[in-house]
Design a protein around this ligand. Structure first.
Ligand code: FES
Ligand SMILES: [Fe+2]
Length: 460
């Protein structure tokens, strides 16, 4: 029987029991305690712009239809028929006013309300026998959006999404609100890797240390100006409430010069100046840092980089949103979206997409480099020797628990949270401490949730 106290103490000390990266009991505990409590990303609103548009996404094994109903509202509905449990929608995405269950043909409106049962009168005695009124596909226990990003939580008592994200919202805007219109997304590309889901989340949260080693070849062939070791260690890692990430240090210059340095055209810079707060602009213009990779607990990550896309020295930035969807203790489905500002010029969008595909996505060079490490790590973590090994996750921390690099002051770092220059596994520890807290807390109390009881809205 799994006892959380076997692992959480070590994790809080920055030492990681190696088997947590490939252990069915740990995976079961994550399903019950982490993914049943946290806010988990499902989709972006721009994926379902029209009435009737839908995508089907998952939180662990729980399939949800995310649809835009006839009234324009977004719904996240558990994709399981109220009759005998068939998956109501089998497509990955599409446009539909109704979903008809393939098994016996019960049908539901795109807001989840049941509208028809074959032979309702003969089989069920009509409305008197089985009232359709108030019956609907089970809604996600909690759903909320920020910058068009749709999240759900399986915990009906979850705190509001804004509260959950907390100060990370400040950093989220760099990726998802470069203009008042927000972003549009392309994708997701989906593929499976034989690696544990936590590795990607930790890597994107703060692993600046791997870049010069793992990604040597992309530096050597001259495609990327930035991943060099010197450039990486001059950057920062930051952590703010539920998420954190890495930055690069930019060369001296004004805000405009620094945004141009990473390849943004002037018209986009103008919109950024109108969309971001003085502090958000100061982090770039005054302090000279530009966000790169980041993760939000538990399994959502972002990346922003600016490779060369042509033979010239010019670079062009791209943003990607990605999710590490757990399949099992040793398999993860990666969902990777290309993200771009809706108002960006068409030429920028095309080149930025090219930049994304070169670096990330199923064919991206960074992606391929990374995954080889993660698969190898996961395979090795399954063995009995791994049960004796505590991995060292204490970079940046001295024996007494104090940190090597001081946290930057308000005059050096305009953003909220805690930030430090140089290599350190501060963020990985934040992420894994959060993991340990939930593993220890256990599953949410869902005993009080009565399934199938019509709510007030339903009874209309
Ligand atoms: S299981 Fe869906 S109609 Fe029977
Ligand atoms: Fe990497």
């Amino acid at each position: 029987m799994f006892d959380p106290s076997d692992v959480v103490g070590h994790v809080r000390n920055g030492m990681l029991p190696a088997h947590i990266y490939n252990d069915p009991e740990i995976f079961a505990a994550e399903r019950e305690s982490i993914f049943s409590r946290s806010w988990v990303f499902l989709a972006h609103e721009s994926e379902i712009p029209q009435v009737g548009d839908y995508v089907v996404r998952r939180v662990m094994q729980n399939s949800f239809i995310v649809s835009r109903a006839n009234d324009g509202a977004v719904h996240a509905m558990f994709n399981m028929c109220l009759h005998r449990g068939m998956q109501v929608c089998r497509a990955e995405q599409g446009n539909a006013s109704h979903f008809r269950c393939p098994y016996h043909g019960w049908s539901y409106r795109n807001d989840g309300r049941i509208v028809g049962l074959p032979f309702h009168r003969e089989a069920y005695g009509g409305e008197d026998g089985f009232s359709k009124r108030g019956r609907r596909l089970l809604p996600a226990p909690a759903m909320d959006t920020v910058n068009g990003l749709i999240f759900v939580s399986l915990d009906p008592q979850a705190p509001p999404l804004r509260e959950y994200l907390g100060d990370f919202a400040f950093y989220l805007d760099y990726y998802t609100r470069q203009s008042p219109s927000g972003i549009e997304v392309l994708g997701p590309q989906r593929w499976r890797i034989k690696a544990n889901w936590k590795i990607g989340a930790e890597n994107f949260a703060g692993d600046m240390y791997h870049t010069p080693q793992t990604h040597t070849s992309v530096v050597e062939i001259g495609l990327f100006r930035e991943p060099k070791a010197e450039r990486r260690k001059d950057g920062t890692t930051y952590w703010a409430t539920s998420g954190g990430g890495t930055t690069y240090k930019l060369p001296p210059g004004t805000l405009e010069e620094r945004l141009r340095y990473v390849g943004y055209p002037d018209e986009m810079i103008d919109r950024m100046k109108r969309s971001w707060s003085a502090e958000q602009l100061d982090l770039i213009g005054r302090d000279g840092f530009m966000v790169s990779a980041a993760s939000v607990f538990p399994n959502l990550s972002f990346v922003h980089n600016w490779p060369r896309v042509a033979d010239s020295d010019d670079v062009l930035p791209f943003v990607s949103l990605r999710q590490w969807q757990p399949i099992s203790e040793n398999e993860t489905e990666v969902l990777s979206w290309f993200v771009v500002d809706k108002e960006a010029p068409e030429e920028f969008k095309a080149l930025s997409y090219k930049a994304y595909l070169m670096c990330f996505g199923s064919s991206g060079m960074f992606e391929q480099d990374d995954v080889e490490n993660w698969v190898s790590l996961t395979a090795t973590a399954a063995g009995t020797m791994a049960q004796r090994l505590l991995l060292n996750g204490r970079m940046g921390m001295l024996a007494d628990g104090s940190t090597i690099a001081p946290a930057l002051g308000a005059d050096e770092w305009a953003g909220p949270g805690e930030s430090r220059v140089g290599y350190g596994e501060y963020n990985q520890r934040h992420l894994m401490n959060r993991w340990a807290d939930l593993i220890e807390t256990g599953p949410p109390d869902t005993a009080s949730v009565t399934v199938g009881t019509p709510g007030r809205e339903d009874a209309r």
